[in-house]
Write a protein that binds this ligand. Structure first.
Ligand SMILES: [Zn+2]
Length: 672
């Protein structure tokens, strides 16, 4: 065991299965984070939307995904570790990043364990960690494709031969997962493996910064190494984290694809592969929280605005294009490169061909969470919430067993071309990066609900839960949140245990919630609650004190910036944080999805339907059916003169589409 870890274990006395506590992202000692995260087991969903999903994560998603990952005839992810550990014969199969897929699942299991203390999960993790430990090389390197190949042809294989081997990506997920596992269980088994891997990265960085720079594809290790520093406080890991960003500036033949064509500190726009981009930005935000390097912050702020104001879908999804080109607009043809699953130009947001890899949306949520910690502004929490309810949840079926790789905004039958990724959710995807990423995100939503600061408690996400935490000065705070959010905007927070001193509760008022109302112990506050900000309530609290917040949830029709050409003269529909869609399942057979138009002044009724899609609020309205003759082979035609018919329609939450068999779907609808 490395000395620092041994000391940590000795001084904390944690080799037994006692949780040591700690947050998913532990900013408790980060000098430039203004918010501190609450412990992983501090928030328990009690009822409603997220309680339902957390239970499904525990009962279905985690066991179902283990079945996929451990069956060599399906995924080979665990078999690769067993082969690398010499526990079974064979060769590596599956994508080069398959180790990382496995660690993401393991992280979900560890986080769920932190809240459930499910002993079966604990034993299962112990067995798995033993195999991972046996697979690791004595120098700390761990990446099963190279380890397995090295057994067969030692002279032909070495680490970092090919940047598309995703070695640092895999090790990054291992390191993040190990921090979660250690905090959840108190066991240092996986943390010791991760620390050896980080030491290997550190030594490689010292010996050959160029090598580490050239092999930072999809850099999950930036977040991982900072989190490891927060866990064990070894300053070498902070030095490594800084170095990993600095060496990007010297990448040979950098590309926009990998965001390393120009130095990070000079970047002001989101470019390239959106998962790689969002992981980079999230990792840099973590680094800023530790260092306060303003040149990093300037880049982060500008890139965030570029995405939030010009490159994000209305669902919070990012990474619009199957394939883009870079540098865009170069006068030199030889400089143009293909960029896969790219951030496109500003406002380039196609619908049918929207790419939106599930991992990109998750990366965007991770990035917003880290921006929120360094600058507690509601705009970051608003987008975190938008992504969670829409872009993230749409990636998984309601039964928890099927997954989208890409996430379209409009699906139509009879496309005259075939898209590379399935138009249906699949049980197993050959590129399995997204499904375990989705499962860990659903497990961890509670970690994003609250933060603390020296001034008090920050409430970011609403949902029925209990919070049991400590404020920055160590005093205990317990409270209960009762609400039917996101279906209704009434939220009651009851204090169960209050510190004796005065402190504040900061309530996020989402940007869509104009004219929200607040009362404390039944007495309405006269203050105006600013939408898109945090409202501070400061007082000495007592047990039984009750804060009631009402966020109005009118149905809102959204239009897009005029330069979003694919959404011209169309609207999307949102109520509260939920974006809605029209699915063909809800239309009569004779009505095609593209022929339904909304009327701007026609009101919507909202109604909770318990037995539909596991319980959703649907929106009903009278729309128009723009029936014309069927299209022939022509590209253009005169507008049909007939008056459209009235048509009653029902919209469902976007996240719930494609759960009732094959269908067409659209988020944006024409306005007439
Ligand atoms: Zn993915």
């Amino acid at each position: 065991m490395p000395l620092s870890l041994l000391l940590l274990s000795l001084c904390l006395g944690h080799n037994s299965a006692q949780a040591v506590g700690g947050a998913l992202t532990d900013t408790s000692h980060s000098p430039h984070a203004r918010l501190q995260s609450v412990d992983m087991d501090a928030v328990r969903w009690t009822d409603g939307f997220w309680a339902q999903r957390f239970a499904k994560c525990h009962d279905v998603m985690i066991p179902n995904m283990w079945r996929l990952l451990e069956d060599p005839n399906i995924s080979h992810a665990f078999a690769n570790f067993e082969i690398a550990a010499r526990l079974r014969p064979g060769r590596h199969r599956g994508p080069k990043w398959h180790d990382g897929d496995f660690y993401k699942w393991l992280e979900a299991a560890a986080f769920v364990y932190a809240l459930t203390r499910d002993e079966k999960l604990d034993r299962q993790m112990d067995r798995i960690i033993k195999v991972i430990g046996k697979a690791q090389r004595s120098d700390g390197y761990i990446h099963t494709p190279v380890i397995i190949a090295g057994r067969q042809q030692p002279s032909e294989t070495a680490e970092f031969r090919n940047r598309l081997d995703f070695e640092t990506y895999n090790m990054g997920h291992l390191i993040t997962c190990a921090c979660v596992h250690y905090r959840a269980t108190g066991k240092t088994t996986l943390l010791a493996i991760a620390q050896k891997a980080a030491d290997f990265l550190y030594e490689t960085y010292q010996r050959s910064p160029q090598e580490i720079a050239n092999n930072a594809i999809c850099p999950s290790h930036y977040m991982g190494v900072v989190e490891l520093y927060r866990t064990v406080r070894d300053p070498r890991y902070l030095e490594l984290a800084k170095g990993l960003i600095d060496v990007r500036d010297r990448v040979e033949e950098g590309t926009d694809h990998n965001q390393d064509r120009i130095a990070f500190r000079e970047q002001r726009q989101a470019v390239g592969h959106a998962v790689r981009a969002n992981y980079l930005y999230a990792g840099v935000a973590d680094l800023y929280a530790e260092t306060g390097d303003e040149s990093l912050r300037a880049a982060l702020d500008a890139i965030w605005r570029d995405v939030a104001h010009r490159k994000m879908y209305v669902t919070g999804a990012t990474g619009a294009l199957y394939d883009g080109a870079s540098p865009d607009g170069s006068k030199s043809h030889s400089a143009i490169q293909l960029v896969h699953q790219a951030y496109g130009r500003p406002y380039q947001l196609p619908q049918v061909t929207a790419y939106n890899e599930s991992c990109a949306t998750i990366g965007f949520a991770l990035w917003n969470w880290r921006m929120l910690a360094i600058e507690p502004e509601a705009r970051f929490a608003d987008l975190l919430e938008l992504a969670l309810y829409n872009g993230v949840l749409s990636t998984i079926s309601l039964d928890g067993r099927n997954f989208f790789y890409r996430n379209t905004l409009r699906q139509v039958d009879d496309l005259p071309f075939e898209l590379r990724w399935s138009e249906k959710r699949e049980t197993y995807i050959s590129c399995f990066c997204c499904p375990p990423n989705i499962v860990r995100t659903i497990a961890e939503v509670g970690a994003y609900a609250y933060s603390t600061s020296p001034r008090g408690l920050w409430v970011h996400l609403y949902g029925a839960n209990v919070l049991d935490t400590r404020l920055s000065d160590g005093s205990a705070l317990r409270l209960r949140q009762d609400t039917d959010y996101p279906w209704e905007g009434r939220i009651a927070i009851t204090i169960d245990k209050a510190p004796p001193q005065e402190y504040s509760i900061f309530l996020r008022i989402p940007a869509w919630a104009e004219e929200s109302q607040l009362s404390v112990n039944g007495k309405p506050t006269a203050e105006n609650l600013k939408a898109g900000g945090y409202h501070e309530v400061r007082r000495v609290w007592s047990t039984g004190d009750r804060v009631e917040l009402t966020l109005p949830m009118p149905v809102q029709l959204l239009e897009a910036h005029p330069l979003v050409e694919e959404a011209r003269n169309q609207v999307a529909v949102r109520r509260g944080p939920i974006v809605y869609c029209l699915e063909s399942t809800d239309l009569p057979d004779r009505v095609r999805i593209e022929d339904v138009a909304l009327r701007p002044t026609q009101p919507f009724r909202h109604r909770f339907v318990e037995d539909l899609l596991e319980g959703v609020v649907v929106l009903e309205t009278s729309a128009l059916h723009l029936a014309g003759p069927d299209w022939d082979d022509s590209l253009y035609r005169p507008l049909p003169a007939n008056e459209p018919d009235r048509l009653d329609i029902r919209l469902i939450p976007y996240y719930a589409w494609a759960n009732r068999g094959d269908s067409e779907m659209t988020v944006w609808m024409p306005l007439r």
